[in-house]
Design a protein around this ligand. Sequence first.
Ligand SMILES: [Mg+2]
Length: 291
Amino acid sequence: MIDINLFLKSATLNKEDLASKLSAFFNITVVDKVTNNTLVVDSDCFVDWEYIASLISNENLNFVFLEEFSDRNFKRDKYVDSGIKFINNTESVFKTCPIAKYSSEIKCNRPVLFLDRDGILNEDTGYVYKYSDSIIFKDMIEVIKQANSLSIPVVIVTNQAGVARGMYTVEDVDNFHTKLLAYYSSFGAKVDHIEICPFHKEKGNEEWRFDSLLRKPNPGMHLKGLAKVSGTILNSLMVGDKESDRVNLKGISTLLLSGNYDMKNSQDICSTRQELCEKISKYLNNLLDLS
Ligand SMILES: [Mg+2]
């Protein structure tokens, strides 16, 4: 078992509760200052410790927790690195692994089906914002229904930099999604949650020009979505059609549809929609066997 020094920055934190949770995975010593192998906790939170434990082998990891900050000048949530950091000082090289910070105690035991939108759920003609039933791929409706029947939450995660670029508004994106969900609903298919990233690192005016942790391949939308549907990263599946859909998260599997964009990596690629749907279906059924 790994030795961890626990440093609680705030006096209001429940020391016993946190220490008992951590002690399932680490040998805990509560300390009063930051030392080697220190887990620093500065605000009350719930964390998927099971996931963290799965990552800690011989790797040198620096866990960065995401925290929402709101600013009334901004129209959408922004997330920053914050909260807890686990710093393993025994090695000189650090890896960063963002983890969701949950707002309340929830049970995290369900893998999630994450779906990219453009190119997977609807035709990608470039910065799509006008909804029409005719651009929606019907094959994914059956996939979503299968996930529903297996109680696997379905979350759409979509970069929408068209907002940052001034091509359409967040309201346009929300309207598209309202219509999309209504269309799915007419077939008895349910999407549990949708996350969008309207930001872009370089494009647009100040309001949207932001190096957001939400923008794929950053995992912010996934982490936020996991907290919303009480999901766990482990064994979750991401389906997309771009290299950036391979998000920076350990424990998640990926399936990509080729043909829409160049792929650098030939791993987990499907060349047809039929193959993609079959592989997702098989993956979801296997999850049932694992549970
Ligand atoms: Mg796409």
